[in-house]
Design a protein around this ligand. Structure first.
Ligand code: TRP
Length: 458
């Protein structure tokens, strides 16, 4: 079977950036920054990206492009039959897992776009937003229907193929996402009182920085860059031999970070404008679906045209960000099923979609009819979220860095990142050093911290 490649370098970078820019940029990064010392956190985050994120991203790119195979196939090839081949399979499994709960949130963003467009937040009292969200997610039908639509869109893009599906949609959605982000950030910083919000976000406060902050920054850097499970490895398997790997990785990391910082400019000026305490806005779903709809209504004028536009665009932005990431996760599994079991793309994608539908619906219903099913105090959704984020991703990241630093042939590595000697690689030694020592140690610390086995830092 002919294997497709991305049609252009820009398309390849936009697709990878589409994977990276996702919910994590909007619903986690700004809050983490605000609460962990503003610019101080941003500096640490950027250092984590440079010291850990980029080396692992470059390695994933390299393994993908060198093998031109799905993640499981890629690791089988580069591992020469050793047990390292399991790293690829673990990645495919992890991506499948993440996609199940991630799609549920993607579906919520669609519902909130709809509510915003129809001006449903007009004259809603501040304390009601929590109930609105609770009622929505616990409803057995509405979130499930949106989930079907969200997964349907992913499925459509994936079945259209690498160039006319993934690449084309990234070329359309990433610029859209960027324009909306800039527009919302500009609107928000023009609000009265915005400067306090900007200060909250940007004033470096080193007194808030502890070792726990550093761990948080590392965890966020990995998640935000879509690392540790072969997502970018799969996309890189569609890179052309001439694509400069290090440069592409830098571009992706740069786009991802800029969008994350701009998301902070959308959120905090509005929060300060209405005199809300930024420490009470919550994180994740609470921030996005309970605090922010209220913040936007109040900051921009309840029920006004501006509020409708602002709120609609904000949820649409989240939807686009979630969609491009979800597409990349789906592709990991689709490439795997298609290539490893020799199926047509259509059939492979259908199998992947069917699994996600079943598990996704279970995640979605776990806020309503299935809320009684819990494990370790978590509903099904949180089990998927926490198990993938706290266990599978750190293990995957550690194994990938150890593999790239210790096992993968050095000459092959150098040949690949220099495109056969065409590009200079003065950073090579540092990169290997990070992969061998810094990344595995750092990831094990994040891991131990996340599963709570490690409290000496607190
Ligand atoms: N990076 C995306 C975000 O910021 C989420 C994501 C997509 C992801 N693919 C991934 C996270 C692979 C970890 C691994 O929301």
């Amino acid at each position: 079977m002919e294997r497709e490649n991305f049609g252009s370098k820009v398309g390849a970078i936009l697709a990878a950036a589409g994977s990276a820019v996702g919910l994590g940029n909007v619903w986690r990064f700004p809050i983490e920054t605000g609460q962990n010392g503003g610019a101080a956190f941003i500096i640490i985050y950027v250092l984590c990206i440079i010291a850990l994120g980029l080396p692992i991203m470059i390695s994933e790119f390299l393994i993908g492009r060198y093998t031109h195979a799905n993640t499981a196939g890629a690791f089988r090839i580069v591992s020469n039959g050793s047990p390292w081949k399991w790293v690829g399979r673990l990645g495919v499994f992890t991506g499948w897992f993440i996609l199940c709960y991630y799609s549920v949130v993607g579906a919520w963003t669609m519902h909130y776009t709809f509510l915003s467009v129809t001006n449903a937040f007009y004259e809603v009292p501040a304390q009601e937003y929590g109930n609105i969200f609770e009622q929505f997610v616990s409803n057995p039908w509405i979130p499930t229907l949106w989930l079907l639509v969200f997964i349907g869109v992913i499925h459509y893009v994936i079945t259209r193929g690498v160039q006319s599906g993934i690449e084309k949609s990234a070329k359309l959605m990433m610029p859209t996402l960027f324009v909306i982000t800039v527009f919302l950030a500009v609107c928000s910083v023009m609000l009265p009182g915005a400067s306090e919000g900007i200060q909250f976000l940007l004033k470096p406060d080193w007194s808030k920085v502890t070792s726990a902050t550093v761990l948080q920054a590392m965890g966020q850097a990995f998640y935000s860059l879509s690392l540790a499970m072969g997502c970018l490895c799969t996309y890189a398997s569609y890179f052309d031999k001439k694509t400069p790997l290090a440069k592409s990785a830098i571009n992706v990391a740069f786009i991802d970070t800029v969008i994350a910082i701009m998301a902070g400019f959308i959120i905090f000026p509005s929060v300060f404008n209405i005199g809300m305490n930024p420490n009470e806005v919550g994180v994740g779903a609470g921030l996005t679906f309970i605090s922010l709809p209220n913040v936007f209504q109040q900051a921009l004028g309840d029920g006004t045209f501006l509020a409708v536009i602002f709120s609609s665009l904000f949820y649409f932005l989240l939807f686009v960000a979630a969609l491009t990431s979800a597409i990349s996760l789906h592709e990991v599994a689709t490439a795997y099923v298609t290539e490893e079991f020799g199926m047509s793309r259509k059939k492979g994608a259908t199998i992947v979609t069917a699994v996600i539908l079943v598990l996704g619906v279970l995640c979605s219903l776990s806020f309503g009819p299935l809320s009684h099913i819990t494990l370790l105090d978590r509903n099904i959704f949180s089990m998927f979220d926490d198990f993938s984020g706290m266990v599978l991703l750190p293990i995957g990241g550690m194994l990938i860095s150890i593999f790239a630093g210790w096992v993968l042939d050095r000459k092959l590595y150098r040949d690949e990142i220099s495109n056969g000697g065409d590009l200079k690689t003065p950073y090579f030694k540092l990169l290997v050093f990070s992969l061998r020592y810094i990344a595995p140690i750092a990831i094990s610390l994040v891991f131990l911290d996340q599963i709570g086995l490690f409290n000496i830092f607190k």
